[in-house]
Design a binder for this molecule. Sequence first.
Ligand code: FES
Length: 319
Amino acid sequence: MQETLLNVIVRKREIQGHDVVVLDLARADGASLPVFEAGAHVDVHLAPGLVRQYSLCSDPADASSYRLGVLKDPASRGGSSHVHDALLEGRELQISVPRNLFPLASAAQRSLLLGGGIGITPMIAMAHALHRQGAHFELHYCGRARARSAFLEQLAGAPFADRVHTHFDDEALAQRLNLPDVLGRGTRGTHLYTCGPAGFMDWVIEGARQQGYAEDHIHKEYFQVEVDATGGAFEVVAARSNKTVQVAEGQSILEALATVGITVEISCEQGVCGTCLCDVLEGEPDHRDVYLTDDEKAANDQMLVCCSRSKSPKLVLDI
Ligand code: FES
């Protein structure tokens, strides 16, 4: 099925915190964009074969534009450097309609939003939504240095500014995030949301588990993951297509399937977004993604074929 794409222009562009570009994308004719939910992202089509996902960080109630914040990554595989170098004001581009893989839980009595670095982006949209609902929440923004951090002005001027707490590594110890204290103030109805560098997220998630947070109260969005493509060869049977393919060492299942004409819808190719999820009929996957929960991985009845491999010599997939 052909994906619906939106034609937009870069209406405004600003560098914040040295290496974050903040872009406002809008329709060229000023028409409204589709409504989005807090936590949603869009696929940004940067060039043929170069698609990247970025969280929306504007107020979901504002349909006039979408705001994105993109950190310039020195190890960029092309995405962030293209955004920084090529997406200038007035530039036309295509984006997907917003998709939400990081939604707010409707039943939360209290929400803790913990963003590290550029991981603050989905938290800003969440804070707008929670504020509008009159919900009980706190937003904690952690970073290495205030001078290198984006969105500080936007947060200081936000209607929920009194809920925002900033924590910077280069400032006084007293303002650092006291994680056990912040998590400990949570009740059983508290939902935690975190996004940021993997080390930051692991620290937050582990802290929450130690404090007894239920897994379904810990919501996380990874924005960058190292895909481990190492591992031996195995066989994949595409049951519905009635085709069998060998997956070579270092080759992804996705790449192997493409050699026999089977295409699977993909987006991030990093095991983050869930787009390439396939049902497993037989065999034991070697899960390498950060999308499935531990329970879902243990069930071994579905897998992400852009990054995961096989522990068994043969996998049978429902494709
Ligand atoms: S394409 Fe995103 S998880 Fe596979």
